[in-house]
Write a protein of this length. Structure first.
Ligand code: SAH
Ligand code: MG
Length: 932
């Protein structure tokens, strides 16, 4: 964006500062003058301008004073031949000239002291001084206060952006050439050559009071030795002394002119900065080579403070002080805030994707970066915003999202993304909706992501293999993939000792190692083991979700004190669950308790990894309105301190061995998974009931006495079968989810023991824990096998494996397999969100499948092809049917294949107990005890 052209006065000010003297003269001028009335007059102005060697005056008059001044300035510019078109210098030499002018401008313009520029705060304090240093301020105070000076330094030498020492060197050399100011030779003080008028000083005092009372402020000392822990430092600010003097004391710098200041850290409004003592270097005063010549004690690179440099993105030397003190345009006194360990660890945490996600949800101990994106259940900053913020925090360019349409034949082709050459549209940090949903071909948008350095060199490219119907879904999903990649990358740094390690790239990712490693060098030396002896410190920052993939790890958290009766409504996979919780650190002797985190209402989707494993395990064991406590794995120290806020001071000294982390959780509300909501919204009876009825009908037609439900989940089919009069004598369920099976056992137990049955004979019932892709001879030759809405939860090759195993080995007389019909999804999704039709685009649904746990959803053709092949191979017949809808275009909501074994008689099998019984018996009726 081009900057607004500066006014003629501003241009002159740049050059001449206070040497441009404007004299405005008021003139009375007659106006209108009606006949018969006294002539009316008004004030108008003319302006004379004195510059060294040039005087001009406006020929005419102006209604406003400032217009007269601008006109005079313009005349002067014309006479001097200065083009006021822009004040943005285009060459380093021009920038150098501007820097010199800018620095003198602060000191020689008396009017500057009445402005709100934060530098006046520094000046007004130092003007109260007596003796030598009256009116002297450290050069770095200018660097800290003036954006323009920093911009000019960057133009002179781009490295200035990352190097406060270089900025100081540039300013020092420029100041030596600035008219009207003097700089000392041995240190970095700057002051006006002539004293300010008492009136000007008075004006400065009026606006900037200085600190009225002695005040203590907390800051964090970040030692440059990585092994040393950051610690709290108290700075006493006493009346009428410049605050940097006290900062210098803490840093043991010789005086405050030797204190260097980083850019602000964190939010733009913050005054949090790092202060450090200038290393012992000499500035070479030649702009063509702004090199820093090292004096004395060897290589200054050894003194680089890696943590501080990583935090600020600038090179920081030696021990550094993280403090929130400074003059701003907003405050008329010194702005002061405590910086505690919590602030420090939050800054570190926020630099990484999952840490940023935790902070954005204000749930440092509970929240995790989810592994799946769903528009309706995602909470906190969106993946795209998280990625933008990650890039900003790592000082990279904004990520580039390029959304493009993939044509139909390209979808099926295996051509690599380069060969596709689909027209890509760049969407830089902005979601647009220009790419309209294609009704014919709904899933045709993909999104590529590029991450570039500040210099626009690509360091990471992601090319999505998946396609989406909505542009924002394509962007969010791709952004999430990239975030997860970065998260895993930092996690791996923890285990790899090699600093320059780059992992093998998964599909879709392309890394440019040189640029990548260069950009993340500082990050690597903080997270990589580099001199880090304490493993815990490495695990600390952001390397948080160290757990193995969440979904398959069904660790069961043991709960204590479950309160409240079982309401029967459990959070299940895919359901949006609302809980309230507190997380407290409790000393082992239980004497002290620090409440670190709490939420009255915290919502997340089960199964997406949006909260830690243990918390999710706890929540899924509770029904709505139940509460419980559990002891959680103690998180790394950094995470605890980031969550600790007011306790961070107390907790920094406590040893990890002496306390434990306790969660207290209550389930408030459960919203069913979207799949169920959709199925209920459109069908009556609900689709799941219709599937049960379909099975019952076949059982009775067949006079089946034995049934096995493959992938029984929490037993909804088995449970409902007990409510129907059937011929069944034995019911078996198999699943790999312990949690599902435990719930199935509970509800079957309840039903069977209460004898609330319709049957005259009570059937036997068994639940096995096992994978249905493994054959277990105890389930050989059953009358009927059911496998309802299961295969789509397996990878396609596993689904085929199951098909082969069941028909070749289990050999049931009849097998019923149901799975979603992909072609029906648009209807379901539209009906699940009936109020959104003003925006047709919204109807495209949250994800391309009905449930994010689905690995695929097949069209009718795909399903029939799969089933027919299987049937032919294993000598079964197959018929297709379905439930939900009329069956006309686009088919049933749930498609069903009914396989019938063509051979009537089965060869008897010889059972080999060791080999053929891989399933674990979990529960059996009668003689049952409920598993826990
Ligand atoms: N049939 C049930 C549950 C469907 S959800 C119903 O209609 O309500 C899918 C179920 O398949 C889950 O419970 C999951 O644990 C189970 N599953 C997925 N892969 C499996 C495998 N390889 N072996 C056994 N069960 C599996
Ligand atoms: Mg399903």
């Amino acid at each position: 964006m081009p900057a607004a052209a500066p006014t003629p006065k501003a241009v002159l000010h740049q050059r001449f500062g206070a040497k441009a003297v404007y004299t405005v003269e008021e003139v009375r001028e007659a106006v209108g003058g009606c006949p018969g009335l006294a002539p009316q007059t008004r004030s108008v102005y003319r302006c004379a301008l004195e510059l060294p060697g040039l005087s001009v005056a406006t020929p005419g008059t102006f209604v406003r004073k400032k217009d007269a001044e601008q006109a005079a300035a313009q005349i002067a510019l014309d006479k001097l031949g200065i083009q006021p078109t822009t004040n943005i210098p285009s060459t380093p030499e021009e920038a150098w000239g501007e820097l010199i002018a800018r620095i003198s401008g602060f000191f020689i313009d008396e009017n500057f002291l009445s402005s709100t520029h934060p530098l006046v705060g520094h000046l007004s304090v130092t003007l109260r001084r007596t003796g030598d240093l009256i009116g002297s301020i450290p050069l770095s105070a200018i660097a800290a206060c003036d954006v323009k000076v920093n911009t000019l330094c960057k133009m002179i030498d781009p490295r200035a952006e990352f190097d406060p020492l270089l900025v100081l060197s540039l300013m020092y050399n420029a100041a030596k050439q600035s008219p009207g100011v003097s700089v000392s030779d041995s240190s970095f003080w700057i002051q006006s050559q002539r004293p300010y008028s008492p009136e000007a000083v008075d004006l400065a005092f009026k606006r900037w009071f200085g600190t009225s009372n002695p005040i203590e402020v907390e800051a964090i000392l970040v030692p440059h030795v990585l092994e040393d822990e950051p610690k709290i430092v108290r700075i006493n600010l006493r009346d009428n002394e410049h605050y940097m003097t006290y900062v210098a004391e803490k840093l043991t710098a010789s005086d405050s002119s030797h204190v260097l200041v980083s850019r602000t850290i964190g939010k733009t409004s913050s005054e949090i900065r790092l202060y450090f003592a200038a290393p012992n270097v000499q500035f070479v005063s030649d702009i063509s080579k702004n090199e820093l010549a090292c004096l004395g004690d060897g290589d200054i690179n050894c003194q680089v403070n890696k943590r501080a440099s990583y935090i600020s993105g600038q090179t920081i030397y030696g021990d550094a002080l993280l403090a929130n003190i400074g003059y701003t345009r907003r405050d008329s006194e010194l702005h002061i805030e405590d910086v505690n360990l919590c602030t420090y660890y939050r800054i570190l945490l926020g630099k990484l994707p999952d840490g940023n996600c935790k902070i954005s949800r204000d749930a440092i101990l509970a929240a995790e970066l989810p592994s799946v994106y769903s528009r309706f259940s995602w909470k906190g900053l969106s993946p795209r915003d998280l990625l933008c913020s990650f890039c900003r925090n790592q000082r990279l360019s904004e990520p580039i999202f390029a959304v493009s349409r993939v044509s139909c034949d390209m979808l099926t082709s295996t051509a690599s993304s380069e060969e596709r050459g689909a027209p890509a549209k760049s969407v830089e940090n902005q979601c647009t909706n220009d790419v309209k949903t294609d009704k014919e071909n709904p899933d045709s948008l993909k999104c590529e992501v590029k991450i570039c350095s500040r210099k626009q060199e690509i360091l990471l490219e992601y090319s999505a293999a998946d396609t989406w119907s909505k542009e924002s879904d394509a962007i969010q999903n791709s952004a999430l993939k990239v975030l997860i990649w970065f998260n895993n990358y930092f996690k791996q740094l923890n285990t790899k000792t090699d600093e320059l390690y780059l992992p093998e790239c998964p599909d879709g990712f392309k890394i440019h190692p040189n640029v990548f490693l260069q950009e993340f060098a500082m990050c690597l030396s903080v997270y990589g083991n580099a001199g880090c002896s304490d493993l815990e410190m490495c695990t600390a920052v952001g390397l948080i979700s160290m757990d193995t993939p969440k979904k398959h790890l069904e660790s069961t958290t043991s709960l204590t004190h479950i309160k409240g009766p079982d309401s029967g409504v459990f959070p299940s996979h895919g359901s949006l669950t609302c809980i309230c919780y507190t997380a407290s650190l409790v000393t082992k002797d239980k004497v002290k308790r620090y409440m670190l985190e709490s939420h009255d209402e915290f919502e997340f989707e089960i199964g997406t990894g949006a909260v830690g494993n243990q918390l999710e395990s706890c929540v899924t064991q509770l029904s709505v309105n139940q509460a419980a406590c559990f002891v959680a794995k103690l998180p790394p120290r950094d995470l605890i301190l980031a969550a600790a806020s007011e306790f961070s001071h107390d907790l920094s000294n406590v040893s990890r061995e002496s306390y434990f982390l306790e969660f207290s959780v209550k389930v408030l509300q459960v919203t069913e998974p979207l799949e169920d909501r959709m199925e209920k919204a459109l069908f009556s009876p609900p689709l799941s009931k219709q599937r049960v009825e379909f099975a019952v009908q076949h059982i009775n037609e067949l006079h089946a006495t034995t049934l096995v439900d493959f992938g029984c989940g929490s037993g909804s089919l088995l449970d409902s079968l007990l409510e129907h009069p059937t011929t069944l004598e034995k019911l078996v369920g198999v699943d790999i989810s312990r949690k599902g099976l435990t719930r199935a056992a509970k509800s079957l137990h309840q039903k069977l023991s209460k004898k609330l049955l319709v049957q005259t004979t009570v059937p036997t019932a068994v639940l096995y824990d096992g994978s249905i892709t493994d054959y277990d001879s105890r389930l050989y030759g059953f009358d009927i096998g059911t496998c309802l809405e299961v295969i789509e939860h397996m990878e396609e090759d596993q689904a085929s494996l199951f098909g082969n195993v069941v028909l070749s080995s289990f050999r049931p007389s009849v097998l019923i397999v149901s799975t979603p019909n992909y072609e029906y999804n648009p209807i379901l999704q539209r009906s699940a969100m009936p109020n959104k039709d003003e925006d047709a685009d919204e109807n495209a649904g949250p994800c391309k499948f009905r449930n994010h746990d689905h690995k695929f959803e097949w069209t009718r053709a795909q399903f029939q092809c799969w089933a027919t092949d299987l049937a032919v191979k294993h000598n079964y017949s197959v018929e297709f049917c379905g439930v939900g809808g009329s069956g006309e275009e686009p088919g049933y909501a749930s498609q069903i294949a009914v396989f019938r074994r063509m051979t009537r008689n089965l060869e008897p099998i010889c059972q080999n107990e060791d080999q053929d019984q891989p399933y674990e018996l979990l529960w059996e009726w009668p003689n049952a005890s409920i598993p826990v």
